[in-house]
Structures are given as structure tokens and as C-alpha cells.
Design a protein around this ligand. Structure first.
Ligand code: SF4
Ligand code: SF4
Length: 349
């Protein structure tokens, strides 16, 4: 539905009495965040239900695909649902501050943009476009720009940008790389502490798993269980990403270069991605990394793309067991001792 078909309405917050107008071209989410109210978010497009908020009254226009009919009598998703005019009363706690809350969005550094259109093609929310008035790399006419109101913060464009012109405002590329390094260092220290006279760090298989919002709970549970099962000698660590499609080739390479013996990406089943195509794009990147692993003699079977149904512990345990056994048979990755400390500032698709 286009913004021109939307109605302006008000939201009232019971805890504070605050009343805000929600114009036709904004969402309840935008207005709440701008006024300091923070609501948990994942997809920002009505598919996951993470931002469900209790409402006490109002003629709500439910536009999500996440809530059941019975849930809709009590909750609405603030990211997409609206009202048919009038006022919606929300049951939200008072904010910690009246300062605007940042929500995840992509930002373009125009002077680094080559106007390749990758971001326009990868964005399934029409948030990315080329602005002919902007000046791109080397003074070329035209550079990408992101409509922050349409952006869901999925990061598909950032992963696809060949020049690093796109950065996420919150979970920046450097932050993801730092997390990868920190988890691998933590994994090494746990390995050292838990080794015994008969087992050494060399017996351990360190697995790094990138997990999207729909897969993260299952992945965390399985990893915690697997890490306790010491005879397997697998230590699995989870890097949470906004979408599996946010995982770029540099992040995958850093996982290996900072010590992982095997890497898995856990994304949704085809057709189930919260951001439509992220899980398909990352599958291609995983295949490219498999080729790279072959070329440098590490073996392509150290990396695995897992299309996971949330809650399907059994298949994830099987896949993780197979991956760690395969990696264990090859021995620790030769890159394990070469923990890189430099953090790159550019990304690649
Ligand atoms: S972060 Fe996602 S929604 Fe936002 S511009 Fe990039 S691809 Fe589009
Ligand atoms: S993908 Fe990067 S370089 Fe290409 S148009 Fe978008 S911002 Fe510019």
C-alpha cells in the first residue's frame, strides 16, 4: 500500500500521556523512536512480529503477516500496522530519555560510490536509488542514496557494495569484524583452559556460525549443548547478524583468518527470508569462499550454508556435527595461529 493511501492518525502512550501524530508517510515505529521510545526490532517489515506492542484501544489497520487473529485483538506491529484515523492507545513503558533512538539503517558515503547499482538491485524495499545530483567517486555524476524511512536495516546492500561505500549506522562492518575476532580469541582461551593431559588445544575444532534473527535462538541453544558435549571437542560461537544476507565475503574470510577451523552460515529456508533474498545471496558468497578455501589448500568442506527452519535442532545438530567432524579430520586450520589484528574498513560482496 502506498503512503498516499495511508491515513494520518494519533498514538497515545498510556504511561506518559504523550500523544504523537503519525503522518501518512511515517510509521508508528518511526514516531516512537524519534521520541525516545525503543521497541525491539528485527525485520521492520511486518514479517517477524518482534516489535509487537500491546494496544488498549483504537481502530487498528493490521498490515503484518506475523500475528494471528487472536494476537491482533491485543497486539499490533508498530513497524507496519496503522490505524483507520482517530487514536491508538499503546501500552508502553516511559522512555529512558526523550532523545531519539537510532534504528538500524544503511548510509552511503557518496564520494566512494561508483554508481554500480548493486545496492539498488539488492534492496527489496526500494530504499536505495541513484541520485543524479550527487557526486560519486572521482567526480562522476550520480551516487547512491538510501531512503531512511524505507530502509529496514537488513544490510544486504552493504554486503553487496563492491567499494565499501555503504555502512550500517549501528552494526558497522568494523564492529562485526571485531566481534568475529573477539569470539575466536574467547574460543581459544576456553580451549586452553579446558584441555587436559590427554587432550590438547590441537584436538579442539573451533566453529563460527553466523545466524540471522530467525535462526539465532535455535543456533544458540544447539551451540551451548554442543559445547558442553566435551567428547566432541567442538567449540561453536555465534555471530548474530540482522540477515544472513548481511554476511559478506570479508567477514567469512575473517572468521577463518582469526582462528575458526570451520564456518557455517545459518539462514532461513529459501522463500522464508525476512528480507526476501538475503539467504540466497549469501549462499553464493559461501560458494565463493568454498572455492577460495580449495585454492588455498584448506578444503571447501570447512564452510557450510545451512538453510534452517527455526526450532529444527535435529538438522542443525547433524549439520554442525558433520562440519566439525570433517574439519577435525583435516586438523586445525593452518590459519589458526595467524590471528589477524588489523581491522579492514572496506567490504566486498
Ligand atoms: S539495509 Fe536493506 S532495506 Fe536498507 S537500503 Fe540496504 S538493502 Fe535496502
Ligand atoms: S553498491 Fe555501493 S558503489 Fe554500487 S551504487 Fe550502491 S553505494 Fe554505490
Amino acid at each position: 500500500m502506498s503512503a498516499s493511501e495511508n491515513t494520518t492518525f494519533n498514538v497515545r502512550v498510556t504511561s506518559t500521556g504523550d500523544v504523537f501524530e503519525v503522518p501518512a508517510n511515517r510509521t508508528i515505529l518511526h514516531v516512537l523512536f524519534e521520541n525516545g521510545y525503543e521497541v525491539p526490532l528485527d525485520c521492520s517489515n511486518g514479517r517477524c512480529g518482534t516489535c509487537r506492542t500491546r494496544y488498549l484501544s483504537g481502530n487498528v489497520d493490521h498490515r503484518d503477516t506475523a500475528l494471528s487473529e487472536s494476537e491482533r485483538s491485543e497486539y499490533l506491529t508498530v513497524c507496519v500496522s496503522r490505524a483507520h484515523g482517530g487514536e491508538v492507545v499503546l501500552d508502553l513503558p516511559a522512555p529512558q530519555s526523550t532523545q531519539p533512538v537510532a534504528r538500524p539503517i544503511a548510509v552511503v558515503d557518496a564520494p566512494v560510490c561508483v554508481a554500480c547499482l548493486n545496492c539498488v538491485r539488492f534492496c527489496t524495499f526500494d530504499a536505495a536509488r541513484i541520485d543524479d545530483e550527487l557526486i560519486g567517486v572521482g567526480g562522476i555524476q550520480g551516487a547512491a542514496v538510501i531512503d531512511k524511512d524505507l530502509c529496514t536495516g537488513c544490510g544486504l546492500c552493504a554486503a553487496a557494495c563492491p567499494t565499501g561505500a555503504i555502512e550500517m549506522n549501528i552494526n558497522t562492518h568494523d564492529k562485526v569484524i571485531s566481534t568475529i575476532h573477539a569470539l575466536n580469541i574467547e574460543s581459544d582461551s576456553v580451549d586452553s583452559e579446558s584441555t587436559t593431559d590427554v587432550s590438547t588445544v590441537e584436538d579442539v575444532t573451533s566453529v563460527m556460525i553466523f545466524a540471522c534473527p530467525q535462526c539465532r535462538e535455535t543456533t544458540h541453544q544447539v551451540c551451548e549443548a554442543q559445547n558442553r558435549f566435551t567428547s566432541q571437542r567442538t567449540h561453536a560461537r555465534v555471530v548474530e547478524v540482522p540477515c544472513s544476507g548481511r554476511v559478506d565475503t570479508l567477514q567469512l574470510m575473517h572468521a577463518f583468518e582469526s582462528g575458526a577451523d570451520a564456518v557455517m552460515v545459518a539462514g532461513c529456508q529459501p522463500g522464508e527470508c525476512l528480507f526476501n533474498t538475503g539467504n540466497l545471496h549469501v549462499t553464493q558468497r559461501v560458494n565463493r569462499i568454498a572455492d577460495w578455501l580449495d585454492n588455498c589448500g584448506l578444503g571447501r568442506d570447512r564452510v557450510h550454508m545451512m538453510h534452517l527452519t527455526p526450532g529444527d535442532d535435529e538438522n542443525l545438530i547433524d549439520a554442525l556435527t558433520n562440519l566439525s567432524k570433517t574439519a577435525a579430520a583435516k586438523g586445525r586450520s593452518p590459519l589458526h595461529q595467524l590471528s589477524a589484528t588489523a581491522v579492514p574498513t572496506s567490504t566486498s560482496g
